[in-house]
Design a protein around this ligand. Structure first.
Ligand SMILES: NC(=O)c1ccc[n+]([C@@H]2O[C@H](COP(=O)([O-])OP(=O)(O)OC[C@H]3O[C@@H](n4cnc5c(N)ncnc54)[C@H](OP(=O)(O)O)[C@@H]3O)[C@@H](O)[C@H]2O)c1
Length: 294
């Protein structure tokens, strides 16, 4: 595993007895840069740790070798330094670190999907994989936007999906498009396909509607042709398109604060058990996120 590159703003006494020994002892991390407020101390720290030393924290933040930043300066300086240059928003009120960690990737994917659908509030949207992380957030965000929400679920997940706010729940599996369509006059306005079902869903959607997909299938060209034939627009929901969109992340945070988005932790694992977490995820059936706690 490639180690995560750490940059330390303020590599002084505190960092030298707390953060730096931990980084040095862990194969998962590597110290890559330090920054201080003065040239002389930056040079001294650079010589001591054998990494670039900057006298301006913005240069450390811009260093491509730095993946995460530790701010080890006086507490009063933290907010100014962090908010000026890093992509952070406050965690939802009362959320543990594990709970807060479940929000950004899947929440931003769902929000990117829904934003691209450009629906009016009275629209009907169907969500597949609604018991999962992306699908669950899609259901909740669609409800928060005022849409009528149809969702698929296995029998054992129906209560969970109902608790997320879906208006109608249909059985998942073959024929799901017919079941969605049967709940509408001409087909749904849009689908968020978090279960990666693809082309078989097109018949659920009215002409002029939209399907947001989260992963390309084996024959993307055929999928695009089928969508065009049915007059359905395809949009790709991609979390990295919202990199740096603090407004979007803060909106998710606010909805979580208000209890309109749920933070679901299925289990937590220490880093040395990450492989077990991956095996569980690959086996399917996980409800909520598996979180590695460092
Ligand atoms: N494009 C992006 O930026 C982006 C970002 C995040 C995630 N993703 C992708 O989004 C997808 C969903 O991620 P996730 O984190 O939400 O996964 P997840 O929590 O495992 O949710 C997937 C859900 O879909 C269900 N499902 C699987 N096959 C199905 C089928 N044929 N019919 C109906 N439901 C089915 C799963 O049920 P079981 O557990 O019972 O199988 C589960 O409830 C993944 O493919 C992921 O790679 C894309």
């Amino acid at each position: 595993m490639k180690p995560t590159g750490v940059g330390i703003i303020g590599p002084g006494a505190w960092a030298s007895i707390s953060h730096i020994p931990v980084i040095a002892a862990s194969p998962a991390f590597e110290l890559r840069a330090v920054s201080t407020s003065r040239r002389s101390s930056a040079e001294a720290a650079a010589a001591r740790y054998g990494v670039p030393g900057y006298d301006d924290h913005r240069r450390l933040l811009a260093d491509p070798q730095v993946d995460v930043v530790v701010v080890a300066v006086q507490v009063t300086q933290h907010f100014e330094l962090i908010s000026a240059a890093l992509e952070v928003v406050p965690a939802p009120a009362g959320a543990s670190h594990a709970e807060a960690a479940t929000l950004p990737t899947n929440g931003l994917t769902a929000s990117h999907a829904l934003d691209q659908l450009r629906l009016s509030p009275d629209s009907t949207v169907a969500v597949t994989g609604a018991a999962g992380a992306v699908g669950g957030y899609a259901v909740q965000l669609a409800k928060a936007a005022g849409h009528r929400v149809l969702a698929d679920a296995a029998r054992q997940d129906a209560d969970l999906v109902a608790s997320l706010g879906a208006d109608h729940i249909v059985d998942r599996g073959p024929g799901v498009a017919d079941r969605f369509r049967a709940l509408t006059a001409d087909g749904v306005d849009a689908v968020v396909d978090a279960a990666v079902i693809g082309a078989p869903l097109l018949s659920a959607i009215r002409r002029g509607g939209t399907l947001a997909y989260v992963r390309g299938g084996p024959d993307q060209a055929a999928f695009e042709r089928a969508a065009a034939t049915r007059g359905v627009t395809l949009v790709y929901a991609y979390v990295h398109d919202y990199d740096g969109r603090l407004d979007k992340l803060d909106l998710l945070r606010r909805l979580a604060d208000e209890g309109r988005l749920s933070l679901r932790v299925a289990d937590t694992f220490p880093p040395q058990h990450a492989a077990q977490a991956h095996r569980l995820l690959a086996a399917g059936g996980v409800r909520g996120r598996l979180v590695i706690e460092w």
